[in-house]
Design a protein around this ligand. Structure first.
Ligand code: ASP
Length: 346
């Protein structure tokens, strides 16, 4: 009899806990976005350009937040938010992506669900209009985590995703950025040959407006976290280069126990420093707050290693962190219906 009572109490307790868990809490819903970090200063910006960027950032925030407000999932919110920025020619993701050395646009993206720990990623896409949706399809409709190149495109087509001609991604501004970088590269190679007899490919990326990746992280009313990131990579990339964005744990990561992170910056450094997972690990194993963990990785570890860029992050309580060690980062967040967007260092 005693045993039966014990089990009954246990059952009731579990039922109460699960009811409490499934009850939505709208007070904490949060969406954070970035549109890339880099040499973004007031001096190289016009008021019109600034206005245009802020408009898309606000539109992206509104789109994702509308989903969260209706009780939608953080996964749906981050995907929809990233799609807005992919469709805008202003950002280095989807339309408006940067050019490879060969004059192509090759796109990478990843998405992660903090509730299930599932993730999906794509790399080197040239014909899928919204790479973030392809990443989600990999996560939900395949048994894999990452698909690349032609295989990924075949998969996206089979799943009925929108396919476009590669010229869809082209913008003149990005094309000119490639030409400028190539000129500088030529000069640098010449100088290196003249002075030391060796050629250097180091820092061929590190000039001008190089970053522009987009990303979103969210906490929904059910306490679930998600992260999504999408990019054209870095101007002048070559040899099938893939950056940190589609590498789970480097540019994109989400875990309901800790946080959701999306990064932007010089991908090679972010891969080697496993940035997004490192932030979550500091919270999990060292008990750091989100801010402390994100600052430790972006403002200390990456700085020491020479890795330029930043992250956006949200934890399970809806705390937000947006540290960056570059001159600027297009960023914003929305909480309790109030949106804030920023570009430069405050
Ligand atoms: N992290 C991206 C990459 O290396 C670039 C960026 O953030 O703009 O591919």
């Amino acid at each position: 009899m005693k045993k039966q009572l014990y089990f009954l109490c246990l059952f009731l307790l579990m039922a109460i806990v699960s009811m409490a868990q499934s009850k939505p809490d709208y007070s904490k819903i949060t969406l954070v976005i970035h549109g890339g970090a880099g040499t973004i200063t007031k001096a190289n910006m016009t008021p019109e350009k600034e206005k245009a960027y802020k408009e898309v950032l606000n539109q992206a925030l509104k789109t994702g937040y509308a989903i969260l407000e209706k009780g939608g999932s953080s996964l749906d919110a981050v995907e929809a938010t990233v799609r807005v920025m992919e469709d805008s020619p202003l950002f280095n993701a989807g339309k408006g992506a940067v050019f490879t050395n060969e004059g192509k646009n090759e796109l990478d993206a990843a998405i992660m669900d903090g509730k299930t720990g599932k993730a999906g990623a794509v790399a080197s896409l040239t014909t899928v209009r919204n790479p973030i949706t392809a990443a989600r399809a990999v996560m939900e409709q395949s048994e894999h985590v990452m698909l690349i190149g032609q295989g990924a495109e075949k998969f996206a087509k089979e799943k009925g995703l929108e396919i476009v001609d590669p010229s869809y991604f082209r913008t003149e501004t990005r094309y000119q950025q490639l030409q400028k970088l190539k000129e500088k590269e030529g000069e640098k190679t010449k100088l290196d040959h003249d002075s030391s007899g060796t050629s250097s490919t180091e820092n061929i990326f590190v000039e001008g407006e190089k970053f522009g990746t987009v990303g979103a992280v969210a906490l929904d009313a059910y306490g679930n976290l998600a992260a999504a990131t999408s990019t054209g990579g870095m101007t002048n990339k070559r040899y099938g280069r893939v950056g940190d964005v589609p590498i789970i744990g480097a540019g994109t990561y989400a875990d309901n126990n800790t946080c959701a992170v999306s990064a932007t910056g010089h991908g090679e450094y972010f891969i080697r420093s496993v940035v997004a997972h490192d932030i979550a690990a500091l919270m999990e194993y060292k008990g750091y707050s989100l801010k402390k963990a994100a600052d430790e990785v972006v403002m200390k570890k990456l700085v020491k290693r020479g890795g330029e860029g930043g992250v956006i992050a949200v934890d399970r309580d809806g705390n937000v962190a947006m540290p960056f060690n570059s001159a600027g980062m297009y960023r914003g967040y929305i909480k309790k219906g109030k949106a804030e967007v920023a570009i430069y260092k405050e």
